[in-house]
Design a protein around this ligand. Structure first.
Ligand code: SF4
Length: 309
């Protein structure tokens, strides 16, 4: 299949991890849908062999949530860049967290708008100057993990595009999670971001022989960190939220990956909806007939007549 991502782009690792995760979970192709936004990462939905829907800039979560609500039996994964999701799509990012629909959102986080030649995106740090910028970035950065935790996402994790096996395991955990799972994936863009490179993440920018010369990335699970909310008690929930927020601030010398926060006590939106709409889960919209005796099952002719001028 033709692929026009640049050589060495982290997108390859993420697309592979998604494909590997869905294969390992033995999810049939017709039972999974991958939605993507606009940007280099937007092409991911063309490269994974499930239903692929390439949507609008900043709107990937709206399409994906709509599809999941229409067919709650479908495994739904949304994919998009940090510019797409945290710039123009930031409102949808926050609103989605409040709903907690049972699906997965994978953020390709590279600090630049790669498709449009490397402008500063919302995760690029204040004062950083990539090779694609004429002067240092004048905006403060968004903290994706912190924003997800604050917005109500019930599964919040971070992976690294070049650690594909670990990322695959995180995607499996995210898909299995009952609720909205957010995965921030650090994705080097070798073409435009010459700061957060593969060597930088590996700590190879430090002088040879220096004590600083070790991988910046580490795994929370190797440190005994417990992301799980075990009891439905405010103090327990607040403690887990607080530790996730504190961990989300770690950057530069040490960068945590793994699961920051997981809470399956909060019910998914679908469960709340089924309390209001009888038989929603058994007879959801995708199960319903759209025609009856050759005519649309929903008769809106009266409405159309009323709109006529
Ligand atoms: Fe990847 Fe950057 Fe090339 Fe886009 S511009 S394909 S993000 S390396």
């Amino acid at each position: 299949m033709h692929n026009d991502w640049c050589a060495g782009c982290g997108d390859f690792g993420i697309a592979n991890a998604i494909q590997m995760a869905l294969a390992e979970m033995e999810i049939p192709r017709h039972k999974a849908a991958l939605f993507s936004g606009i940007g280099c990462s937007g092409k991911t939905s063309h490269y994974v062999n499930v239903y692929g829907i390439h949507t609008l800039h900043g709107r990937v979560l709206t399409f994906a949530q709509g599809a999941k609500l229409a067919n709650p039996d479908m495994t739904v994964v949304a994919a998009g860049g940090d510019g797409d999701g945290l710039g123009i799509g930031a409102g949808h990012f926050v609103a989605a967290g409040r709903r907690n629909i049972d699906m997965t959102y994978v953020l390709f986080n590279n600090g630049v708008y790669g498709l449009t030649k490397g402008q500063a995106s919302p995760t690029l740090r204040l004062g950083e100057k990539t090779k694609s910028l004429p002067s240092p970035n004048t905006n403060y950065n968004v903290n994706p993990i912190g924003l997800a935790v604050a917005s109500g996402y019930t599964f919040v994790a971070r992976g690294y595009a070049y650690d594909v096996r670990h990322l695959k395991d995180l995607i499996i955990a995210a898909v299995r999670h009952k609720g909205l799972a957010f995965l921030d994936v650090l994705q080097p863009c070798p073409t435009y971001n010459d700061i957060n490179t593969r060597d930088w993440y590996a700590g190879l920018d430090a002088a040879e022989g220096s004590a600083e010369r070790h991988s910046r990335i580490y795994k929370l699970e190797d440190t005994g960190y417990d992301p799980e909310v075990h009891y439905n008690e405010e103090s327990e929930i607040n403690e887990r939220l607080s530790q996730a927020l504190i961990k989300s601030l770690e950057w530069d010398k040490k960068i945590p990956t793994g699961i920051f926060y997981r809470n399956e006590i909060i019910t998914p939106y679908e469960t709340r909806l089924s309390d209001k709409v009888p038989n929603y889960l058994e007879n959801h919209p995708s199960e319903q007939r759209i025609t009856s005796h050759g005519k649309p099952a929903a008769d809106i002719s009266g409405l159309l007549d009323g709109l006529e001028v």
